[in-house]
Write a protein that binds this ligand. Structure first.
Ligand code: FES
Length: 199
């Protein structure tokens, strides 16, 4: 948990996202531990509405959906380019495992690679598919920013320090990780250009 705070403070904004209609434009940043203790009404909410335009380029926000943390990441063209060239290092580069797909719209090779409806916004459940820890966001390539916590050929993405799983910037799990699957994509849809309804 300390590692999460130290390495990721500038890239993370934790947002207490309520139920349908309660979030867009009015999200409140809260400490991480607070975000893990959702109110009963949040737990009961079947859907979460969120304005993705509030996520700055390259940054990540955590919202809550049915009491679970969800990553909403705003990928720049540069970050999207980091998805190419390492398919052979991934367990499931084309999102073929049913545990990782969970989305009818993931019906083209491009969407199976990006794992998103709008390429710039990746929206996934923020729980490592090994034992459920929340992975750390480490978007830049290489070790300059992250030291030896990442492999020397780091492509950018997420690192789960609990048992050493790695995911790329489409949350596709990297071979050698104990996590079996890509981070899960939950049902979601856009109801206008910038408002997403999760669930
Ligand atoms: S919970 Fe992520 S590697 Fe074990």
């Amino acid at each position: 948990m300390t590692d999460q705070t130290d390495h990721s403070r500038r890239n993370f904004l934790y947002v207490a996202a309520g139920g349908l209609g309660a979030v867009a434009g009015g999200a409140t940043a809260v400490p991480f531990l607070g975000s893990m203790l959702p109110a009963a009404d949040t737990l009961a909410a079947a859907t979460t509405e969120f304005d993705v335009s509030t996520v700055a380029e390259g940054q990540l926000v955590v919202v809550q959906w049915q009491g679970k943390p969800v990553f909403v990441t705003h990928r720049t063209p540069e970050l999207l380019a980091q998805l190419d060239g390492h398919d052979d290092e991934l367990k499931d580069p084309n999102s073929e495992a049913i545990e990782a797909v969970q989305a009818e719209w993931m019906d083209t090779p491009e969407k199976r690679k990006n794992r998103s409806i709008k390429p710039e916004y990746l929206i996934v459940v923020a729980s490592c598919t090994h034992l459920g820890c929340i992975p750390l966001y480490k978007p830049s390539k290489g070790r300059a920013e992250w030291g030896d916590s990442v492999p020397s050929n780091w492509v950018g993405g997420w690192h789960c320090p609990c048992h050493g799983s790695y995911y790329d910037l489409a949350a596709r799990v990297i071979k050698g990780s104990p996590a079996p699957h890509n981070l899960h994509v939950m049902p979601y849809k856009f109801i206008n250009d910038t408002t997403v309804v999760i669930g």
